[in-house]
Design a protein around this ligand. Structure first.
Ligand SMILES: Cc1cc2nc3c(=O)[nH]c(=O)nc-3n(C[C@H](O)[C@H](O)[C@H](O)COP(=O)(O)OP(=O)(O)OC[C@H]3O[C@@H](n4cnc5c(N)ncnc54)[C@H](O)[C@@H]3O)c2cc1C
Length: 477
């Protein structure tokens, strides 16, 4: 329970706790260990944090007052939205935790402008709904959409399942409102599609993981609402066929293809073994599959017709060896369930060492083959689970422990395994972090794999905007 009289740990300088509590009011803070506990542990359970105080401002003015007070006292702040980040970036280590969850208002939806302005603590699923209520579509969609918030999505430049057609979060933002590290507010909530007035400041804060300022609101792009969808599950000849098929589908779909997800045999088996009511959608067993979605904004059957025609061409060419197209929304959901179950159940198969990498789309097969070879030589019996948004060159390359090895012995190899994977990625001109960010976990990789000039430019930007180094210290750089 909150208790105004309770002493905070001595880490906060005299007077700061009182100033922060006054800034946010009685409902806007907590130092109760029970309230703090879920905010200090991440979704993977691997990372934990500590804080003397969590503040939950309810307005931009309150965020500004908190940041100003912390800046004057020289105390660090860690912004947190939905706490679904996967690189430990949203957890404080002694700093003040600033939760955006009370800033959850949709400030407005403009159907004519195809825009929506929302506060940083709006849950992504609620924003999708707000757009739908105005007969519009907000395309950002990811597994954590029931919990993650737009402030976190922007700060991680989240990707997800619709990037192929609509782009990353970066492509979906028109304007931002940001509280700067000294507490001043930058109101850049412009709804303009064209605005070439100097440096594109908003893009500095997108993907900055809270290290340059606190995003309090955003103006987002909306799209015509898809009213029909066609979902297919296709077994492909081999890994190379994943790239060939994507090319056939893109050429044949106009702009209709929105998702293209790679699923290996092991992914299906995880669902069959640990899931309930799941079945293999195809009659025979194959090594590689893709889940494909076409959507259309006119309900005239075009999405399905285009998908059928493109898959027919791919079958004729031998690129696809078997396929099924969902006959109903229910069947489509069942196909998507295979994709989701794979993520949920991989933990049941043993310890998993994870990577979220990207390479140029055409090099995805080469990456998987090279990395598999290197890892199997290093750890015989290792079980690679390579899946994900391959339409964007993004592979979630997760490695499950060999069946005859202990969890501890396997996890002790983590560093060597990461190195083998990231070296392979680097050799193919890829990125060690496709969509999850750098956070606390991949800072050393940034130094190792990015050219010194790139890291120096980032440091200079950080120094220019946050000279005291108080915004999410110890993350990214
Ligand atoms: C089941 C599951 C599936 C996922 N699938 C995907 C996926 O497909 N694609 C993908 O990209 N990610 C995915 N993620 C990762 C995660 O959901 C995203 O990174 C998401 O964008 C984080 O949003 P959040 O609100 O939880 O942010 P948080 O975890 O709270 O914060 C993430 C980062 O943003 C900073 N931050 C938060 N709010 C603000 C703010 N208002 N101003 C400044 N900085 C801020 C934090 O300090 C931290 O650095 C998945 C996660 C889970 C658990």
């Amino acid at each position: 329970m909150n208790n105004i009289a309770r002493k905070l740990p001595a880490v906060l300088p005299d007077g700061l706790a009182d100033a922060l509590r006054a800034a946010v009011g009685p409902k806007g803070w907590s130092d109760d260990p029970q309230v703090l506990a879920p905010q200090l542990k991440d979704w993977t359970g691997y990372y934990t944090g500590t804080t003397p105080l969590m503040v939950m401002p309810a307005s931009t003015a309150e965020v500004s007052a908190v940041v100003r007070a912390c800046a004057e006292a020289g105390v660090g702040i860690v912004p947190q939205s939905g706490n679904t980040g996967l690189v430990g970036a949203q957890l404080p280590h002694g700093q003040v935790l600033l939760s955006l969850k009370r800033m959850n208002k949709v400030r407005g939806v403009d159907a004519l402008d195809y825009t929506m302005t929302a506060e940083a603590g709006c849950v992504l699923a609620d924003l999708q709904k707000a757009a739908q209520d105005a007969d519009r579509f907000f395309p950002l969609s990811l597994g954590a959409e029931g919990s993650c918030m737009i402030g976190g999505n922007l700060s991680t430049n989240a990707g997800g399942i619709n990037v192929l057609r609509y782009g990353n979060t970066r492509e979906l933002v028109l304007g931002l409102e940001v509280v700067m590290p000294d507490g001043r507010v930058w109101d850049g909530l412009r709804r303009l599609r064209k605005d070439n007035t100097g440096y594109a400041l908003k893009h500095l804060f997108v993907g900055a993981e809270g290290t340059l300022g606190i995003i309090t609101a955003a103006t987002l792009r909306l799209f015509p609402r898809p009213v029909e969808q066609a979902t297919a599950f296709a077994a492909i000849r081999d890994l190379d066929a994943a790239v060939e098929l994507l090319s056939i589908l893109r050429a044949g779909s106009g702009d209709a293809i929105s998702s293209y997800e790679l699923i290996p045999r092991m992914g299906i088996e995880l669902g069959l073994e640990y899931g309930t009511g799941m079945s293999d959608p195809l009659a025979a067993e194959y090594d590689w599959h893709v889940l494909i979605e076409f959507t259309g904004t006119v309900a005239d059957g075009t999405a399905r017709a285009k998908l059928e025609a493109a898959l027919g061409e791919a079958l004729e060419k031998g690129v696809v060896v078997d396929a099924t197209i969902a006959a109903s929304t229910d069947q489509s959901l069942k196909l998507w369930r295979i994709r989701e179950a794979m993520v949920e159940y991989q933990y049941r198969a043993g310890a998993s060492i994870k990577h979220d990498i990207s390479v140029p789309v055409s090099r995805v097969p080469e990456f998987i083959r090279r990395a598999d070879r290197a890892l199997e030589a290093m750890v015989p019996g290792i079980r690679p689970l390579a899946f994900g948004h391959v339409g964007d060159g993004n592979v979630h390359y997760n490695l499950t422990q060999p069946k005859d090895m202990t969890r501890e012995a396997y996890l002790a190899l983590s560093e060597d395994i990461h190195r083998a994977v990231y070296d392979t990625v680097a050799a193919l001109d890829g990125s060690f972090s496709a969509e999850h960010g750098v956070g606390a976990v991949k800072r050393d990789e940034l130094k190792r794999y990015r050219p010194p000039i790139e890291v120096e430019l980032m440091r200079r930007l950080k120094q220019a905007l946050d000279p005291q180094g108080l915004m999410n210290p110890g993350k990214v750089l």
